[in-house]
Design a protein around this ligand. Structure first.
Ligand SMILES: [Zn+2]
Length: 410
């Protein structure tokens, strides 16, 4: 048999393995017959290949709850007897690191997306990127150690940073000055330290992926996430796929869409940008409040000036979003960031303005508050989710791992 196992046969087996594993990653638990149908392979081929993948611990027999997750009544099914299979959630780990101005958060999941470890550390505002990178890697190693893993278990890492990433050069190009990662190719720098694929994404887009996967975006396919925070960013998922910002990666900077061409000059060069009216600093400055806690207390107490300023922030946001709805017609708009914690005081004016200003087919987008934690924590979980969405990369990493341990069979 070994003599007949030519290069082309091995290549075919490899291709079929990739196909099977991709199907299990995308669909969850599947019956062997369904797997054969989806992959266009014979039952015999599926049996041969899955035997190898099971021997390599990449695929396991699905048990009741995993079968139930696939939409099948678990009470009627004994996975082992009925031949359901799933990708082994423990065959690897995905990790996300999200860097905000004063914090780095790390999040490690198994291959099913279940959280293995998640924690953050603070960094001083003036910390240079080299020290942030070291802090991030130390945090990652700590989180892996907590779960009994090391970097060899990782199938990929995604990194979140503030500001757009130039897709041509790979360099971070913040819209405003004073950002630690400005001019740095984050993927290259982390790639020097990690022997796995490294993805880099703007942290608001990662919050969007987190909300889409685990928060207020569940069940929707076309989702726009808007973060009303220190700045105003956005993340767009079109038919479930994250839009990466277009030709140069600069798309999605909703905060620098002008809401008033005669408004004040913005550091970006434009006038009357949304960020000048509806960001947390803008609202705090208008109300002469110190921080978000004071703002929320004042909103809770129903102070008229606070209610009015939040309504105006919602209205100006709604006017910008009405234009975006006319262009993209999202099914759901998720509002995150500190200002979303004021709830309907901000959300209702957004909804009312959309109903008034957007076209008939686009004005009924659901406008909902984000459900997940603010900032770096959500960004890091979104980063891990982003890794898990790279099916091709996961499959390659798992098959490479299985080949390194060919006889680790049960
Ligand atoms: Zn601007």
């Amino acid at each position: 048999m070994a003599a007949k196992d030519t290069g082309s046969l091995r290549a075919l087996r490899r291709t079929n393995s990739e196909r099977l594993l991709s199907a299990l990653m995308e669909h969850g638990a599947l019956h062997r017959a369904e797997l054969a149908r989806i992959c266009g392979l014979s039952r015999t081929t599926v049996s041969t290949i899955t035997a190898d993948l099971i021997a390599g611990s990449v695929v396991i027999e699905a048990v009741g709850d995993q079968v139930a997750k696939a939409g099948i009544d678990a009470s009627e099914v004994d996975g082992r007897a009925r031949g359901f299979l799933q990708a082994n959630p423990g065959a690897g780990a995905a990790a996300g690191l999200d860097f905000t101005l004063e914090r780095v958060w790390g999040h490690v999941t198994d291959l099913s997306g279940a959280t293995l470890a998640s924690a953050g550390v603070t960094t001083a505002r003036d910390t240079p990127w080299q020290e942030r990178l070291t802090a991030g890697l130390t945090l990652l190693d700590d989180l892996l150690a907590q779960t009994g893993l090391d970097r060899n278990a990782l199938v990929g890492v995604a990194i979140g940073v503030p500001g757009p990433i130039d897709r041509q050069s790979g360099v971070v190009r913040p819209s405003l000055p004073g950002q630690a990662w400005a001019g740095v190719n984050v993927s290259t720098e982390f790639g020097r330290q990690l022997a796995v694929p490294v993805l880099v994404e703007n942290n608001t887009r990662l919050e969007a992926v987190a909300e889409f996967t685990w928060g207020a975006g569940r069940g929707a396919r076309d989702v726009l996430y808007v973060g009303l925070s220190t700045g105003i960013g956005s993340g767009l998922l079109v038919d479930g796929n994250l839009h990466q910002g277009g030709a140069r990666g600069g798309g999605g900077e909703i905060g620098h869409i002008s809401a008033d061409p005669a408004g004040a000059q913005c550091p970006c060069g434009n006038r009357g940008c949304l960020v000048q009216y509806a960001s947390l600093p803008a609202v705090l400055k208008t109300l002469q409040l110190a921080d978000v806690d004071e703002l929320l207390a004042s909103a809770e107490a129903g102070r008229p000036d606070t209610v009015r300023v939040l309504r105006e922030a919602g209205e100006v946001t709604g006017r910008v979003l009405a234009n975006i709805c006319n262009l993209l017609n999202p099914e759901r708009i998720i509002v995150g960031g500190e200002l979303a914690r004021a709830g309907d005081l901000v959300l209702e004016p957004i909804r009312a303005t959309l109903r008034r200003s957007a076209m008939a087919l686009t004005r009924d987008a659901d406008v909902v508050a984000a459900e997940l934690d603010l900032g770096a924590r959500a960004g890091a979980s979104g980063a891990a989710a982003l890794v898990l969405r790279q099916t091709d990369q996961l499959v390659a990493a798992l098959l490479a791992g299985a080949e390194l341990r060919p006889n680790e069979a049960v």
